[in-house]
Design a protein around this ligand. Sequence first.
Ligand SMILES: Nc1ncnc2c1ncn2[C@@H]1O[C@H](COP(=O)(O)OP(=O)(O)OP(=O)(O)O)[C@@H](O)[C@H]1O
Ligand SMILES: [Mg+2]
Length: 117
Amino acid sequence: MVMSKLSRIEIICDMSKFASLKSLLSKLEVGGMTFIQVLGCGAEKGTKEYEVDTNYEMELLPKIEVQCVVESERVDKIVEAVEKELYTGHIGDGKIFVLSLEDVIRVRTGEHGKQAL
Ligand SMILES: Nc1ncnc2c1ncn2[C@@H]1O[C@H](COP(=O)(O)OP(=O)(O)OP(=O)(O)O)[C@@H](O)[C@H]1O
Ligand SMILES: [Mg+2]
């Protein structure tokens, strides 16, 4: 059986983006979404500086991670809209990871793949 390709989009960004991301993803009609509170840091190791000492111990800041699983052909459009929503041009605007996903199963119906979304 040939299944259509699925991807998981993970967006990690500042907590202040919670409401706007939720409404954007809802408008884009994703089949569902998961918001997780996480701790993280990126290239600046949790500081607000562009140049960080290599010996500086990374500091983890509270962030949100938003996960949503969609058909792979929808990824570009969704990622583009999320980028537009998050962009300020400053450090810490967030990061988007796209992973290919093997399968999804809706427990109630036993459906697999895109039918289960
Ligand atoms: N390489 C990575 N691996 C895992 N998680 C990461 C990675 N880079 C960033 N993250 C996660 O994404 C969050 C947001 O990262 P952030 O926007 O600061 O990325 P950045 O690469 O430092 O870009 P910028 O220089 O614009 O700040 C981090 O707090 C962390 O949770
Ligand atoms: Mg950063």
